[in-house]
Design a protein. Structure first.
Length: 328
């Protein structure tokens, strides 16, 4: 059994560690080769049970820039797809690679992988959480706020410190993995978070409770509401996600569209947020549904900067976990 540090959900990092990772991500933005953690090259297993563009590109490139070898494994062509126990896969990989990155369906499977691995396991997405995305989003916020909105030069540490107390609002399905990770990640970073969603699509109550426990330490404010107009006021970030998450029954699409239409992000809605508010989306986006073209292609949109920061934030995370384990 393993006592190794893993990153399975956003609050697996302490508030102090979370800030350290965000700061390191900003260093990687300035210099892609700031650290060469996996020089050798050492291998990192990156396993995909789900389709991917940004996760695959950012993790594979990130491992290479850290001096390592990205071992890409499509689960459908591995023994996992033939019923090999996750515990067996974990105990094989831990002897070969330095870190295991997995994009899969069930959080319970991620927990099982981590239980049997003596090397760090990173959640690259499950149906319940998407913690690497929120790390990237908050690193983007720190970069945009510190670089573009400051009258004086700031250190990366200062840029990270200054996102504390800012407000991120998320509109749409409050029960999906992005909403859950925004709750935990923002609370850990000291960022106020508002989930604006239909009442029958509210976040998992246990996740909300966990976020409140973290927020009591960091001072973050957490609000769950279905009031769009009040909810977006004063926000530094307005974020959304697809109304139908990956793997869901497409027959639900029209029903969900009816439920979520009033939560659509438009220029009119963005005008109610803070004066310098930015728009974020984890992508892929369905234009004309959860967000209008006028927003995602508008001046407030930072969706492609956000996608780039997946690279920097994940490199920072891998570096952090590897050093914490005393391997480097």
């Amino acid at each position: 059994m393993s006592s190794t540090r893993h990153f399975l959900r956003d609050d697996d990092l302490s508030p102090e560690e979370y800030s350290e990772v965000l700061e390191l991500a900003l260093h990687f933005k300035e210099n892609l080769f700031y650290r060469r953690t996996f020089e050798g090259p050492k291998s990192v297993a990156i396993i995909f049970d789900k389709n991917s563009t940004r996760t695959r590109a950012s993790f594979a490139t990130g491992v290479a820039q850290l001096g390592g070898y990205p071992l890409i494994i499509d689960a459908g062509t591995s023994q996992l797809s033939r019923g090999e126990p996750i515990s067996d896969t974990a105990r094989v990989l831990e002897r070969i690679v330095e870190t295991i990155v997995w994009r899969t369906f069930r959080q319970v499977d991620m927990l099982k992988m981590s239980k049997y691995s003596s090397k760090p396991v990173i959640n690259a997405l499950t149906d319940e959480f998407h913690p690497c995305q929120v790390l990237a989003d908050l690193a983007t916020l720190a970069y945009i706020n510190g670089t573009q909105n400051s009258a004086r030069e700031q250190t990366n540490k200062q840029k990270v410190e200054q996102i504390r107390g800012k407000t991120l609002v998320y509109l749409g399905d409050g029960a999906n993995n992005m909403a859950h990770s925004y709750l935990l990640g923002c609370a850990t970073a000291g960022v106020n978070v508002r989930i604006i969603c239909p009442k029958n699509y509210s976040p998992n109550p246990q996740v909300v409770q966990d976020a409140h426990e973290v927020a009591r330490k960091t001072g973050a404010e957490i609000i769950i509401t279905d009031d769009v107009n009040t909810g977006v006021q004063g926000a530094a970030v307005v974020a959304t996600d697809a109304w139908l998450s990956m793997g869901m029954d497409k027959n639900q699409e029209s029903e969900r569209a009816d439920e979520f239409r009033k939560f659509q992000v438009t220029n009119k809605l963005m005008s109610k947020a803070g004066p310098d508010a930015v728009f974020m989306h984890c992508l892929p986006a369905y234009r004309g549904k959860e967000v209008l073209e006028e927003v995602i292609e508008g001046q407030s949109s930072v969706v492609f900067e956000e996608a780039e920061f997946r690279l920097h934030a994940q490199k920072a995370l891998m570096e952090h976990l590897y050093i914490k384990e005393g391997y480097f």
